[in-house]
Write a protein that binds this ligand. Structure first.
Ligand SMILES: [Zn+2]
Length: 141
């Protein structure tokens, strides 16, 4: 057995286990009980393991699962560069024309513009604070 994923809790460990079962891989969860005792300590978080011969396939499914876990609240919709169809962010390819490759670049683009927008927002807040500070300091007493 090889460990392919350390889950944040038993619920997500079981989710991944079911995904693996769908793909015909018999997975096992280790530390599921220990988690109940020492919940929150990452060393004891439930680990999803698969038989050695399924390691590669299991890792792929786990990686896909990890990606869906890290951005569950922000499934950015993207527009297919080929046919212009609006696609939900959790889908890698266009369901209409099966375009792929360019989408991942576009998704990367979306991911990169978000922090930039946040930076600009922070810059605006800082400028506003500086102006306020200036007004307070230079106020005639
Ligand atoms: Zn398309």
């Amino acid at each position: 057995m090889k460990n392919i994923h350390v889950a944040k809790d038993p619920v997500s460990a079981n989710l991944l286990k079911e995904l693996l079962a769908d793909a015909g891989i018999q997975a096992a969860i280790q530390n599921e009980r220990v988690f109940a005792l020492y919940g929150g300590v990452r060393a004891f978080n439930p680990a999803v393991c698969v038989p050695d011969e399924h390691y590669e396939a299991g890792r792929k499914i786990a990686a896909e699962f990890e990606r869906s876990q890290t951005s569950p609240s922000a499934p950015e919709t993207w527009t297919c560069p080929k046919c212009g169809e609006k696609i939900e962010g959790r889908y890698e390819e266009c369901w209409k024309c099966d375009a792929e490759g360019q989408e991942s670049e576009q998704r990367g683009g979306i991911a990169e513009t978000l922090p930039l927008r946040r930076k600009l927002l922070w810059a605006a807040v800082l400028v506003l604070l500086a102006v306020l500070f200036f007004i307070i300091l230079c106020r005639p007493r």
